[in-house]
Ligand binder design. Structure first.
Ligand SMILES: NC(=O)c1ccc[n+]([C@@H]2O[C@H](COP(=O)([O-])OP(=O)(O)OC[C@H]3O[C@@H](n4cnc5c(N)ncnc54)[C@H](O)[C@@H]3O)[C@@H](O)[C@H]2O)c1
Length: 340
């Protein structure tokens, strides 16, 4: 297959593109190399992908509608996986406009380009953050998601909804994913695991918010990629529901699917896994709760299992150890990663 992956120099896009290339597919990897975090890390991810003959790099900003449309048209992709976005919950407090540009204008431009060169299956990333103030866990796809706590969540929710409208209007089979705290090698330096590992290696204390109570459904990146690859083969078909809680639209070939492990852990559990992996004791610097933080994220995975027969399962300790091994090797070769 020919597959277009946007955000291919990013954490998840890189892993997905590498897996697809390894499976023998042709991949066009589109990324705008935005300076949100260490650009060397992004370039080194693409360098890995460029080793495959079937990889084609396209350096394009989502906001550049004309160039984006040209690349999408020339890619002639059977599947488009749209992962490029302004990610990060905390950054959206200080830099809200970046989210409007990449996640609203950018997502709209991508949808327009896909309408002109329709793939057999359009897939796009949303987030567990859309569950926002929803108090009932675990989160099911059909639960309400109309009380976002951050602008990041609001823009990702808008992306889901815009894609539904396009799916309905132009008959585009579309799967939106809600990812739950993804982590692993080649990860994002703005996320807690990466920041904590760096601090522990430097012997610095770890800032822990809200007494370490918030719980996150940490999901290992290889498991997430496995789920995406399996979902690729299951485009939504109007009227074909697969379970009582299917999020399939009543009007369009569109559904949204959680991808999470389904076993939330506290930040203190994350610290314990890091202490074991790195063989050090952490000093904790307790701080008040952060604005916009959710108390808990927890994925209900029945829909993913009904569609793919697969449930993410890598234990946190195992995934954290794999991340630490990668970080050590990476920093030995290239030096420290610049923080987000
Ligand atoms: N990592 C997680 O835990 C997580 C959780 C929920 C949702 N998501 C979503 O998954 C997707 C991938 O996230 P990630 O963790 O790999 O993030 P990432 O920041 O590592 O990757 C995103 C990539 O998109 C590119 N990009 C950003 N804005 C762009 C623009 N305007 N034009 C072109 N390229 C642009 C960046 O250069 C980057 O390489 C995002 O849509 C994110 O919202 C991630």
């Amino acid at each position: 297959m020919r597959i277009l992956v946007t955000g291919s120099a990013g954490f998840i896009g890189f892993h997905l593109a590498r897996r697809l290339l390894g499976d023998g597919h042709a991949v066009v990897g589109l990324d705008g190399f935005t300076p949100y975090y260490d650009l060397d890390l992004k370039h080194r991810r693409h360098d890995q992908l460029k080793r495959f003959e079937a990889f084609e790099e396209a350096v394009v900003l989502l906001e550049d509608a004309e160039r984006l449309s040209r690349v999408v048209a020339e890619a002639r992709a059977e599947v488009i996986v749209h992962l490029a976005a302004q990610a990060g919950v905390r950054y959206s407090l200080d830099n809200p406009r970046a989210y409007l540009d990449a996640n609203l204008t950018g997502a709209f431009n991508l949808l327009e380009a896909a309408r002109a060169a329709p793939p057999r299956h359009l897939m796009l990333a949303s987030t567990s953050s859309v569950y926002g103030a929803n108090p009932s866990t675990p989160f099911a796809e059909i639960d309400r998601t109309d009380h976002p706590l951050t602008l990041y969540a609001a823009t990702k929710k808008a992306g889901e909804e815009m894609s539904h409208a396009y799916s309905h209007l132009w008959g585009l089979p579309t799967t939106a994913f809600r990812f739950f705290t993804v982590y692993g090698p080649w990860g994002r330096p703005d996320m807690a695991l990466f920041r904590f590992a760096e601090r522990l290696r430097r012997g610095e204390p770890l800032p822990v918010y809200d007494a370490g109570r918030p719980r996150r459904d940490f999901t290992y990146v290889d498991d997430l990629v496995e789920a995406i690859v399996r979902l690729m083969a299951a485009p939504p078909v109007r009227g074909q529901r697969v379970s009582p809680r299917d999020s399939l639209s009543p009007q369009a070939p569109w559904r949204v699917v959680n991808i999470g492990r389904g076993e939330p852990a506290t930040v203190l559990d994350l610290v314990a896994a890091l202490e074991t992996a790195l063989g050090v004791r952490a000093r904790l610097d307790f701080k008040p709760a952060q604005l916009g933080d959710m108390a808990e994220t927890h994925a209900r995975s029945d829909l993913l299992v009904a569609l793919t027969g697969y449930r993410p399962q890598t234990p946190l300790e195992e995934g954290v150890a794999a991340f630490c091994r990668w970080l050590e090797a990476y920093e030995t070769e290239f030096g420290p990663v610049a923080a987000g």
